[in-house]
Design a protein around this ligand. Structure first.
Ligand code: FMN
Length: 188
């Protein structure tokens, strides 16, 4: 297991298309979900849940994505439609992090949304700690009501991210990070 600080300092997203199988084992999947659900959660509301896409189920979900795509773009070429059908089949494992944030007497909705973001980030980091690559993306279908209904989301639920997980064939180049002097100021 890589040193925790080294992992945090060097993590990079890997494009879904570059994430190969085999994906995590059942025991590793349990570890991923355990870490993802161990996040700060004001009021212990558990304002998030996870949907796992593996194997053929990734293409079954893709059927809903391509149906929504076709209704938007009836003249789309067959290869474009096929790419949409395979959206969730690029990586061996995709985990949707679903926000269940809503109005509450005490806990602001914003804080519930932040907790879902923390769950997604913990999931990404757990994947890296297990030696996998990961990518936290949403893409257009995360915002399509037809796709969300087909994936079983309720009215109040939203996609925080589709976290794609697999094995990275190459180490990605780093990208520039914001200079700390620009993003961190000392209050005085
Ligand atoms: C909520 C959320 C949604 C995102 N959705 C996308 C997306 O749809 N497509 C994309 O290319 N990157 C998306 N990203 C950005 C990637 O996760 C990633 O941060 C980016 O590729 C930069 O790579 P890095 O993590 O190595 O800095 C999203 C990030 C967040 C936090």
């Amino acid at each position: 297991m890589p040193d925790a600080l080294e992992l945090l300092k060097t993590r990079r997203s890997i494009k879904p298309i570059e994430l190969n199988g085999p994906g995590p084992s059942p025991a590793e999947l349990e570890t991923l979900l355990t870490v993802a659900s161990r996040v700060p959660d004001h009021g212990k509301l558990v304002p998030w849940r996870f949907i796992i896409f593996e194997g053929e189920a990734r293409l079954a979900a893709g059927a809903a994505i391509v149906a929504a795509f076709r209704s938007k773009y009836p003249d789309a070429k067959p290869e474009q439609a096929e790419a949409e059908r395979r959206r969730l089949a690029r990586a061996p494992l995709v985990i949707a992090v679903v926000s269940r944030a809503g109005p509450h007497v005490k806990i602001p909705e914003w804080e519930q949304v932040l907790s879902a973001g923390a769950a997604a980030m913990n999931l990404v980091l757990a994947a890296h700690a297990l030696g996998y690559g990961a990518s936290w993306i949403t893409e257009w279908y995360a915002y399509d009501s037809g796709v969300l209904a087909a994936l079983g989301l309720k009215e109040n639920e939203r996609i925080a991210g589709f976290v794609h997980i697999g094995r990275a064939s190459e180490k990605p180049e780093d990208r520039p990070r914001p200079p700390l002097a620009e993003i961190a100021t000392r209050f005085s």
